[in-house]
Design a protein around this ligand. Structure first.
Ligand code: IPD
Ligand code: CA
Ligand code: CA
Length: 262
């Protein structure tokens, strides 16, 4: 795979921030056993990774704006290009020493996500995609799973956090889906969930109540792997609505019907 200059910039930034997260993850594993616990340390890790991403991406593309989970929106001189960044997706996993988390970087051009990088530094799995150029995992071309029947499918979901989101609705949806599929999973890192749909590990993924930094990079990756990715009303407002459903065309259609009827 020949990477564009843009993807090279994104990958270099992700790898640099990944080194910091790996070092801090090692610390968390130690702090896990201490009474103080790793809570504050984790938010510091988050901020450290975000700072590196901000510095590296600004250096490479001065003028581009930012939307970052910790810093919020930073306007750039260039009004059309914006980096949408989650420096640590899967914070709860990170905090508990579970090696399932990722750095997520997307480039959004005039409101459309056009490039995405999702990097899990523990497994060294680097997912990249650029609009019209395909999706790759460590240079291997990705394609969503080809299963046709929901009964054969492993479906990933997101569970609303305590006190947030519509838990009653989620429970209804889960009950409906669980009866129809081979298995349901919850990883706790939405960017990876979409990347895993792209890699054919999950046949589908749905979640509500997400933010654009959770979704923008994974969205490009899943679409470039041939997936259909929409909001839960079946439209294209994934980033604005923060709701998502992804899978191959048949599975996407079948799952959205189950969820709508729930
Ligand atoms: C969270 C993860 C999780 C999803 C949450 C997100 P964070 O992001 O993506 O899978 O269910 O809603 O907020 O907080 O770990 O960056
Ligand atoms: Ca996130
Ligand atoms: Ca985060």
């Amino acid at each position: 795979m020949i990477r564009s200059a843009l993807i090279n910039v994104m990958v270099a930034a992700a790898r640099k921030a990944g080194r910091v997260l790996i070092r801090d993850f090692g610390e968390v594993e130690q702090l896990q056993v201490s009474l103080k616990g790793p809570g504050n340390f984790v938010s510091a890790a988050d901020r450290r990774a975000e700072e590196i991403l901000h510095i590296e991406l600004s250096k490479a593309r001065p003028g581009f704006g930012f939307l970052m989970e910790e810093r919020g929106r930073i306007e750039g001189k260039d009004r059309s290009n914006q980096w949408v960044v989650d420096p640590l997706d899967g914070t709860t996993n990170f905090l508990h020493g579970i090696p399932l988390f990722a750095i997520s970087i997307a480039l959004v051009k005039d409101g459309t996500a056009v490039a995405g990088v999702v990097f899990n530094p523990v497994s060294d799995e680097l997912y990249v995609a650029e609009r019209g150029r395909g999706a790759f995992l460590n240079d291997r071309r990705l394609r969503v799973a080809a299963r046709r029947e929901l009964t054969d499918c492993v479906v990933c979901c997101g569970i609303p956090h305590r006190g947030r989101g519509d838990l009653a609705l989620f429970r209804k949806e889960l009950a409906a889906v669980q009866e129809r599929v081979a298995g349901v999973r919850r990883t706790g890192a939405a960017a990876l969930d979409l990347a895993w749909v792209a890699a054919g590990r999950f046949d589908a993924f749905w979640e509500r109540g997400l933010s654009s930094w959770d979704l923008a990079a994974g969205l490009v990756i899943a679409r470039e792997a041939g997936g259909i990715v929409t909001d839960l009303d079946g439209g294209d407002e994934v980033l604005d609505k923060g709701s998502v459903i992804a899978g191959n065309e048949l599975v996407h259609r079948a799952l959205i019907a189950v969820l709508t009827a729930a």
